[in-house]
Write a protein of this length. Structure first.
Length: 274
């Protein structure tokens, strides 16, 4: 049995700003959006990343999505790209980038993942950017390193690691993290988090209220926001998963994904007070 994800193991690592902090020192997060009809997931992830403390958050979108996103974003910045090379150029200044939420199951998304891998930013790979590689997981793993994070639910996990879940969720997550060479978050009622060096914890504060569309996009943004602040990727994933569930418990019945980012300050405040 692996340890429970306990705030005591990562609370001292949370990136609280000092007196001389400025937005760039607090970390820069990029979030890749889908097309004009698929921008909501990126907005959820970006808002969550900003709420969890990233000093600057920017959404990168295809040109057709810019007129949709521009009036919907405030503190979150916006830039458009037409090619994977343009995306990589825009992302060079980012400390972390989230890609996958409603990104589209297209060759362009695969090219964007590969391009972002060349930037040096830590990647949080979720949703469409996972499913896209179901028949060629090695192509995805070749893009990753130990600072990156994969965030599959069981269906997405099975597509990338067929048959591995038969060994049990914890063993499967540990083997998958080693195979992919990065941090892995196997989402579920008891989310399992594993690092490529063999570390593994099980989250013990899961909430059924998180079973709602968009909650995974918020989690991806939270992980990205903490990683952008240069928190260790495994610790960032552990902290984000716990805080995500704690936020859901605080709200309870009627929770929708749009509620989650605005619950993060209360969760952070309780951790700050210790």
């Amino acid at each position: 049995m692996n340890p429970i994800n306990d705030p005591m193991t990562w609370q001292s690592l949370l990136p609280w700003p000092g007196a001389e902090a400025h937005k760039h020192a607090r970390g820069r997060l990029g979030v890749v959006s889908g097309g004009a009809l698929s921008t909501g997931a990126a907005r959820l992830a970006a808002r969550a990343g900003l709420r969890v403390g990233a000093g600057l958050v920017k959404v990168f979108c295809p040109p057709d999505a810019a007129p949709v996103l521009a009036p919907a974003l405030e503190a979150v910045m916006l830039a458009s790209f037409a090619t994977a090379d343009e995306l990589a150029e825009l992302a060079q200044a980012m400390d972390a980038v989230v890609i996958g939420p409603a990104a589209g199951l297209t060759g362009a998304t695969a090219a964007n993942v590969a391009a972002l891998a060349r930037t040096g930013a830590a990647l949080v790979v979720d949703a469409d950017a996972l499913t896209l590689f179901r028949d060629r997981p090695g192509d995805l793993f070749a893009c990753l390193d130990g600072d990156d994070v994969l965030t599959p639910h069981e269906g997405e996990f099975e597509r990338l690691f067929p048959g591995l879940l038969a060994k049990g969720r914890e063993t499967a997550a540990i083997e998958a993290a080693e195979r992919a060479g990065c941090v892995l978050v196997l989402k579920g009622s008891a989310t399992v988090l594993a690092a490529p060096d063999g570390r593994c914890v099980v989250n013990g504060n899961g909430s059924p209220w998180l079973a709602t569309a968009g909650s995974g996009d918020v989690l991806a943004g939270m992980i990205g926001g903490l990683r952008a602040q240069r928190m260790d990727s495994f610790a960032a994933a552990c902290a984000a998963v716990w805080m995500h569930a704690d936020a859901a418990h605080r709200f309870g019945p009627g929770l929708i994904a749009e509620d989650l980012p605005d619950l993060i300050p209360a969760v952070l405040a309780s951790l700050y007070r210790g």
